[in-house]
Design a protein around this ligand. Sequence first.
Ligand SMILES: C=C(O[C@@H]1C=C(C(=O)O)C=C[C@H]1O)C(=O)O
Length: 356
Amino acid sequence: MTQIQNIQQLRQQVDYIDDELLQLLKKRGNIVQQIAQIKQKEKLPIQDIEREQQKLTKLVNQHIEPYSKEQIVSLYRLILNQSIDLQNSINGASSDTNSLKVYRTHSQHNTKVRVGDVVFGEEPVYIFGPCAVEDEQQMDTVANVMSQKGLKIIRGGAYKPRTSPYDFQGLGVRGLEILKSVGEKYNLATISEVVDASQVEVAANYLDMFQVGARNMQNFQLLKAIGRTNKPVLLKRGLSATVDEFLHAAEYILNEGNPNVVLCERGIRTYERATRNTLDISSVPIIKRLSHLPIIVDITHSTGRKDIMQEIAKASIAVGSHGLMCEVHPNPPIALSDKNQQLNIDEFKSLYDVIC
Ligand SMILES: C=C(O[C@@H]1C=C(C(=O)O)C=C[C@H]1O)C(=O)O
């Protein structure tokens, strides 16, 4: 027999074993699915780490040559991970990154998120309002000009995550009360940031939309708490988050059952200091390709500069943003936060006339 014939014969043996392995894997998969069904009924968690560790320990203690222990562990890790995916697919969840709920592959339709009279995911939605709620007069002035321009949603921070603990931290519930009352007076939906899971229940009484700020994009307890409500949420991209991390943060909210997520690109941290952050304009079309969720651009925080805001606003809409967020204050020089980047009323009006 030639060496080539020898290889052919050995390959036949390998093929035979592969067929058997496949049949055994199939059998294993069926049993694992039965276990998943029982776990689902009994409300038990799908993954049992202890059982997996016991199994791996037992396997590597067997005679496994020519494989090393490490090789067997990595082979079985693959089997166990696929097994978890199989079990998850029975009850609709999935840890398979190709089928995240935020992905287009999961939903054929573009998500639309209604907040009061606006719908994110259709025509661009413009969110204006001050960085922080400071007092009734300040909010009334801004809300009044906004409603004259026909705008339908106002922002204003009540809980301010500030770099320095000595800076204005926001009015808390009092701020939410003021925001709600101007919203009612001028028929504007309200959006404000929550920074901790414990605030979600109370804030829900005052707000039409939650905001999760950049610093809290990976506050997973907060994301889960918001995910357990049905209230719309604007999720901002973290300061140094990749697009993938950003989408996984949104997945936390969807996975708890709340589909009403709007994403917000707000610039990322780079070496460039000419702008406060570097607006990653490419993330908008990229995310629109990957995800069915609406995405808007925060033109205030991404630039931190009023002089380029009109161009950045136009560019954002041009790349397909579903809306813009921009800060406006009646008297920016005396604002308690972000005084250099908030537009005054005249600047707001001219930006509005150019873009809206
Ligand atoms: C099948 C089970 O569920 C999971 C899958 C396992 C497997 O494929 O062997 C082991 C433990 C669990 O993480 C089980 O609990 O036995």
